[in-house]
Ligand binder design. Sequence first.
Ligand code: GLA
Length: 718
Amino acid sequence: MLKNKGNFFVLETAHTSMLIRAGETRAEYLYYGDKIGDFTGTELLEAEEEACGLSLFSPWGGTDFREPSILVRSAEGGAACDFRLKSARIAKRECAEELPCSYGEEKCVRLEYFDGVQKLKLILQLTAYADCDAVCVNASLVNAGKKPVYLERFASVQAEVWGKDFSLITYDGGWASERQRHAHKLDLGKCENASFTGTSSNRHNPFVMLAREGEAYGVNLVYSGNHREAAEADDSGRTRLIAGINPFSFSWELNAGETFHAPEGVLVYGKSEEEVSLRMRRFVSRHIVRGKWKEKERPVLVNNWEGTYFDFTRERILDIAKKAAEAGAELFVLDDGWFGKRDSDRCSLGDWVDYAQKTGGIESLADEIRAMGLKFGIWVEPEMISEDSDLYRKHPEYAMKIPKREPVRMRYQLMLNLADPQVQGYVFRAVSRVITATKAEYVKWDHNRMMTDCFDKNTRGGEYYHRYILGLYSVFRKLVERFPKVLFEGCASGGDRFDLGILSYMPQIWTSDNTDARDRIRIQAGTAAAYPQSTMGAHVSAVPNHQTGNRNSLEARFLVACGGLLGYESDLTKATEEELSAIKKQIAFYKEHRMLLQFGEYHALGDAFGGEWAGYLTVSEDKSSAFAVVIVSEYRLGRSNVRAKFAGLDEKAYYRVSLRSPSGDWKEVCTAYGELLVKGSVSLGGIFGDTNVAENSNPVFPRAYLFEKCAAPKKKQS
Ligand code: GLA
């Protein structure tokens, strides 16, 4: 809810308040934190000197020598800006057409500023999402002058808070080790989190937090390209956090009359990191994911990639699909290798036409799979081009290359120049043809390399990275408009582009190529810091694991995958009868509890980043049922003192608690009030003895619990 009294504005959500004072020439944050009932009494704060407040943005050019959020250079070369507040009001929210944007609120606090020398109008729109305690910021800059100006940085959002003892929490890693939590103590210093790969990246996710005991501020971007978050604590006792497009290799020419829109920034406050995560996930489910699949149950899939790689025939695919159908899966996904002459990763990207000798006809293959009662899904990697492809032979100019320079190849492939509208048109048409021909109900959109050799003859160099992303979004926009029922799953070598930009078009993303239960529990825990389980593709794959060589029980792999969108990724024809019947049982269980598993309120358990065990709890909306998984990764024989607090359960409710046996059966182990389960530090000890470790190497020990509300025992009459 938005309130305005005099020159005060309050953005109020269910549990937080953001108080902004619009002064004579500037606006500032007076307060952002736990909800305050009323904002009378703010005169106290008003007494403060204007210039000492907490700023909403910080243009280069004054006496604030901290990290600036805006730097605009005039045609003559000067780079100072002095934006004066011209108006502050509650207004209708306007979103940029070319960028994805959160949705669900019509009104915002609109602040308009003007720089009289450069003739620049700066507009900030702040929107409050009451139900999930998020505030979104949309910043744009209008050139109201007669000459071009050059944006060298234009961050999306700036948070500023009192205190200099915060840590910047980041989620970093690489391929197969995405989104590992790190805490960087600021200590009167600066810390940056940024990507340079052209993607939001598996190296540094755009979601970060400023956190200290008792409070945390989360920031994310609705963006899929190079980003940068910088946090600085200074001696005046303030900490600033800015987030936006990475200013590295960014310089945008803004001509007279033009507007530049920064990607949307998202702010969430909470009393702890966990609370921020909870709110952020809710925000993503309700105000980022959209269309037919929003809060809608997702199918259990079987994907052939790790089962066959490129080496398949129509018969082999049909055999796997048959097993998938028998096991109760609902969707079969034909991965890489079905097009062009694609027998290895050295060719054919760009030739999105049936490899008929291999598939025996993709359209009839899809139909045959559908006849088994499965939906049909297909893999594409449309932003790429192989030099050994008909597309490259016909249109070498479509590839992203710098003239006269040998391009960098990754996985033997080049990227397409999506900054070029002609190439965008090609990609849209090519993918549309695939979907139309196969009637695919699901599309996995992959992206398997980083961006190098950025060049387009019609694009200024400093604009390339962002124009690429705008080009990509324009293709996505048209595709989801044309195929509103298709379930799109984003993928980028696993989770190289797990961000709110992708999720605005594609409701789910393949979390990581690493499906080893030991690593996966950690990767999913880091991902869940900002993204709900309904966005995370999570598959059970074969042992030994193809990435790590590690072996874990089918049960452990399944229970970890239950923390996301369940799939199986192996050659099911090679599974034993015993394994197949276990898989069948697993899928039946998952389907029975699917709403809870995919859309329940998710709580992280334990410590995935250094603790002996980690897991998750997901609780139904009415808290009548819950499911928890605990994965002990550092179990030492003879030691059984593992304890959990199941925060998230209804403290007043009485629950029946059942424990899952390794064979997938459930046994009631106790009944207890929620309060005890939440506060009581429940022992998980002594329960690992029955796990079959005989053939495991470096195994993890899984446990799963079901909580079901039941009638409390009657109190004895005294
Ligand atoms: C990437 C994906 C995998 C698979 C392969 C196919 O690595 O992350 O899931 O689709 O590409 O080449």
